[in-house]
Design a protein around this ligand. Structure first.
Ligand SMILES: [Zn+2]
Length: 265
């Protein structure tokens, strides 16, 4: 056994970055199945387990701020939440698009807060993180492996329209809106690219959807948008007496500060 040199590891990193870019281009040209290959590449770059070490860890580069472009999940929002996409509401059908560089947020988060950050909350208050999406697409849905079963809540997110969005045609026919997972994966890949190459930029293609664009809180809250907090919440945030900690609760570390001003940062 010989260890790879740091030069060789760096070449692997450059190759993985090219994989993301070429899959992103393919996705943007209309092949949304490419979201699975984006998931595999992101997994190779960041996912550490007891048995395998991610490429960024091998390079000592995981200890950096990760770009977080998500709309923060606001706990008092009782409706479903989609944090990484915008919808183009056309005449007959809505199209789900990644935010890319068109969203209002651009902040840095630690890897753990980013990876576990909430991407979706469904009608039944089930939360889904970047980690859930990347690992399911890569390990179960055909990125690197096809599994016979899917977690029920996740399957509902993808196929059961558990976010509860519908398209209504001019004649009043309701159909479930499109699955928002592929576009969210595209956005996660965008965040990883910009984390590794801060100068990288990508905006919505001009040919993608010509309807009215909606994103974030106004999309889920209707007429009066809630005030938008600055930081997103991680799915694996600590619990207090069985309840997940709220932004304004006292932090569990005993500092006496609010969670949002303490360990959430
Ligand atoms: Zn704390």
């Amino acid at each position: 056994m010989t260890d790879l040199t740091s030069q060789e590891l760096q070449e692997h990193l450059e190759e993985q970055i090219e994989f993301i870019k070429s899959s992103a281009t393919s996705y943007d040209n209309g092949f949304t199945g490419e979201s699975k290959r984006l998931a595999v590449t992101v997994r190779v770059l960041v996912h550490d387990t007891a048995k395998s070490t991610s490429l960024l860890s091998l390079l000592g580069k995981k200890n950096r701020g990760f770009l977080d472009t998500s709309f923060p999940f606001e706990e008092s929002n009782k409706m479903s939440h989609s944090g990484l996409v915008q919808l183009s509401l056309g005449n007959r059908k809505s199209i789900t698009l990644p935010l890319l560089d068109d969203g209002p947020f651009s902040r840095q988060a630690s890897f753990e807060i980013w990876w576990n950050g909430i991407v979706f909350v469904d009608k039944d208050r089930n939360e889904f993180s970047r980690k859930d999406i990347v690992l399911s697409l890569a390990n179960k849905e055909g990125g690197a492996h096809v599994d016979k079963t899917l977690d029920e809540k996740y399957a509902d997110l993808r196929k059961g329209n558990s976010l509860g969005w519908f398209d209504v045609t001019p004649d009043g026919v309701q159909t479930p809106s499109e699955d928002q997972v592929p576009a969210s994966m595209r956005q996660i890949a965008h965040e990883v690219l910009k984390t590794l190459e801060p100068g990288y930029a990508c905006h919505r293609g001009k040919n993608k959807g010509d309807g009215i664009l909606v994103m974030g809180a106004s999309m889920v809250e209707g007429v009066t948008p809630l005030p938008i907090p600055s930081q997103n919440l991680p799915k694996n945030r600590p619990t207090i007496s069985g309840q997940k900690i709220g932004r304004n609760d006292q932090c569990i570390c005993g500092s006496g500060k609010k969670y949002k001003q303490c360990c959430l940062r």
